[in-house]
Design a protein around this ligand. Structure first.
Ligand code: PEP
Length: 253
């Protein structure tokens, strides 16, 4: 069974000073929650500062994106090697980047491979839109995103990755998937990850649900068999709420 895992995606929120303040509130709130990997993903500009706040704790830091190329003429972009100095994780393929910035599976796959090569753990996000779900295509879409995102990634490297299922219609809407709905898709994702790697490897890959997770609904989501944790947007900006979510998943351990 994968170790429980919660990650907070701050998105494009917090100034540098606000980020430090939030990190200072999170450190005591998250300490002592054993058996759950806790990862905070602030904006690029606050990565170093937030990382410094967590030195000496077991709270980890992640970036929200990276480029697939190691360096060069990519104005405004950030390479994996730059991130490696300040964090351990990187969110890739978030639906906001897929939808608003046109990121496609090929590019996301190149980033996943670059992240693994440099020693960062990718948190690969997949998830269907409302139209795709209503058309009965949710499973096919998610399978396709997994196959695309993990193409040419070795079984061993898949075992070093994290997958987040984030239905687009649930992100930031206050309308989370029901625990049953989330479990149904998680089962399918576990199966697909096993097919792309090995059944024993897939069992240890943390599968996160994301989409309007909060302090109230985390416990029943955490009861689902294939739901190892959560990728949290809005509620991760409140230290107590994020800590409550981490505690809900700690009871799985
Ligand atoms: C996210 O951005 O990854 C997310 C899940 O957002 P929210 O929790 O706000 O729905």
């Amino acid at each position: 069974m994968a170790k429980p895992f919660v990650a907070g995606n701050w998105k494009m929120n917090t100034s540098i000073s606000e980020a430090i303040k939030l990190a200072r509130a999170l450190r005591p709130a998250l300490s002592g929650i054993d058996g759950v990997t806790r990862v905070i993903c602030p904006p690029f500009i606050s990565l170093a500062g937030v990382s410094a706040e967590f030195v000496g704790s077991d709270i980890k830091v992640g970036a929200q994106n990276m480029h697939s190329e190691p360096k060069g003429a990519f104005t405004g972009e950030i390479a994996g090697a730059m991130l490696k100095d300040v964090c351990d994780y990187v969110i890739l393929g978030h639906s906001e980047r897929r939808q608003l910035l046109g990121e496609q599976d090929d590019f996301i796959n190149a980033k996943v491979r670059a992240a693994l090569e440099i020693g960062l753990t990718p948190i690969l996000c997949v998830g269907e839109t409302l139209d795709q779900r209503e058309a009965g295509n949710a499973g096919t879409v998610v399978e396709g995103q997994l196959q695309g995102g993990l193409r040419d990634v070795s079984a061993e490297d898949i075992g070093r990755s994290v997958v987040a299922y984030e239905p687009v219609w649930a992100i930031g809407t206050g309308r989370a998937a029901t625990p049953e709905m989330a479990q149904e898709m998680m089962g399918l994702i576990r199966y697909e990850v096993a097919r792309l790697s090995h059944i024993e490897i897939a069992g240890n890959v943390p599968l996160l649900y994301g989409g309007s997770v909060n302090a109230e609904n985390a416990a029943e989501l955490a009861e689902q068999r294939d739901l190892d944790g959560a990728l949290v947007g809005g509620a991760s900006l409140k230290a107590d709420d994020f800590a409550a979510i981490a505690k809900a998943f700690a009871t799985r351990a």
